[in-house]
Design a binder for this molecule. Sequence first.
Ligand SMILES: Nc1ncnc2c1ncn2[C@@H]1O[C@H](COP(=O)(O)OP(=O)(O)OP(=O)(O)O)[C@@H](O)[C@H]1O
Ligand SMILES: [Mg+2]
Length: 259
Amino acid sequence: MNRENYIFINELNKVYENIPGEYKGESLKVLSNVSFAVGENEFVSLLGPSGCGKSTLLKLIAGLDKNYTGEISICGKDIKDTKVPVCYMLQKDCLLPWRTVISNILLPVEIRKGNLKQARQEIKPLIADFGLSGFENYKPNQLSGGMRQRAALLRTYLMKGEIMLLDEPFGALDEITRIQMQDWLIKVWERHKKTVVFVTHDVDEAIFLSDKVLVMSGRPGTILGEISIKFARPRTRKMLLTSEFLEYKKTILDLLSGD
Ligand SMILES: Nc1ncnc2c1ncn2[C@@H]1O[C@H](COP(=O)(O)OP(=O)(O)OP(=O)(O)O)[C@@H](O)[C@H]1O
Ligand SMILES: [Mg+2]
């Protein structure tokens, strides 16, 4: 592991100071000596129990909180000194309820004062790829949960960062929709390749999607193990029924349970 890796994280520690509530004024250590690297166009999942600091870690990689010790570098540059080329999808879809699907999706273009008319033309094939054709003028509350997540993902994609940070994009979906969304995401990713850091607490999802799974401990979160998933691409559901899959799953579950 070295600084030339696309994303390089070394001995990262995060403490929230002056936390509110019962423990008011105290501090909470959330991440402890987190070190890992992500290669360009690699799909890496972060898997860990609730509250272990996964969302916090994404927020730090996105450069939205600079209050940490240790190092986060992208392409060899410390993110404290450079703009981070990320697009970031929060744990909640955060679509604006009063806007239509298309105007939600085009929000990043609007914010960077880009050419909306041109963008509207350019994204037509993407709207189809993201399974939203015919629904451009719907409001978020008129969509299914899966469609809302796809609209939010497309909006994230249009932020044009080279690194996609996705925080449990399918966490709130029922199992059937989640499986459909995983199949769809992997197809889109295999076509449009980007570097992805994907947060989940679903073990099967992490194995199915990733090149590498990072297993985190409970808070303060640290990396317990790094498992390379050697399945060929394109990935198929059949891979989930193989003995290799069960081996990966066993390794991960053993790490999570502290065996
Ligand atoms: N801004 C904040 N100030 C104080 N404490 C915070 C803040 N944000 C998160 N925390 C605390 O940090 C810990 C880790 O939170 P985080 O959201 O990173 O966990 P997570 O692994 O994403 O959990 P989940 O799987 O439930 O989403 C929690 O105990 C949370 O209460
Ligand atoms: Mg979270």
